[in-house]
Design a protein around this ligand. Structure first.
Ligand code: ZN
Length: 226
């Protein structure tokens, strides 16, 4: 098995992340090769601190409720107005499983039991975010749209809105889930954005018009959305 190929300039170089100062002492950061064979790292010229550009870890859960998949329509950028399953960044010291359960509680108002892991996903072009996705089911509470969501929807596995999903990782995890349920994802989905890209980039890569503040939620609601 061959590993992923990295754009070392993009991952380790000063651009495009824009970090200029050491978070420990405020000294200037500059690119320096510290291990032969690896790309340059950001190193502080004053204290020697190496600022590693680590990926961000996120966790999420594809939640089932009465045999339907619970999805949330994002009320925040990036990917405003698109569907995701509950998920978010893992806190330091928190297990990804705990993070997935917490996100379901915070975003959909339910306690979930995890049934297993679907996979570990990142955007094919590389991004700052790696997502650990689980599948699980509601054990208490009724799913509802809370913070960060415009709406909540309940979908049969074969009715997942593939063209309106938020991220490549959303699609990858839901495709794995659909396969578990004997359904399948269409070959081509809507262009999607890696998590953590700028608002400008996410808008530019959208295939469909942006939903606007004045759009009627009722108009946007699919017939199977409760
Ligand atoms: Zn420093």
């Amino acid at each position: 098995m061959t590993g992923p190929t990295f754009n070392t300039a993009g991952y380790h170089g000063l651009a495009p992340h824009g970090y200029r100062y050491c978070p420990r002492c405020g000294g200037a950061l500059s690119d320096r090769v510290i291990k032969p064979g690896e790309g340059p790292r950001l190193v502080c010229g004053s204290c020697g601190f190496v600022f590693y550009l680590d990926p961000k870890l996120a966790a999420g859960v594809v939640v089932e409720h009465d045999g339907l998949v619970v999805l949330l329509r994002r009320a925040i950028e990036p990917a405003y107005g698109r569907w995701v399953f509950p998920g978010g960044f893992v806190d330091r010291g928190e297990h990804p499983e705990e993070a997935a359960v917490r996100e379901a509680r915070e975003e959909a108002g339910v306690e979930v039991a995890l049934d297993g892991m679907l996979g570990i996903y990142s955007h094919p072009t590389g991004s700052a975010v790696i997502v650990v996705a689980y599948h699980g089911r509601v054990v208490s509470g009724t799913p509802r749209a809370l913070d960060e969501s415009l709406d909540i929807g309940f979908f049969q596995p074969h009715e997942i809105p593939w063209m309106e999903l938020a991220f490549a990782t959303t699609r990858q995890a839901l495709a794995a889930f659909a396969e578990l349920k004997g359904a399948s994802a269409p070959q081509d989905g809507a262009p999607d954005v890696p998590w953590g890209v700028s608002q400008t980039a996410s808008r530019a890569s959208r295939a469909e018009p942006l939903l606007t503040e004045s759009s009627s939620r009722q108009d946007l609601r699919a017939p199977w959305v409760k």
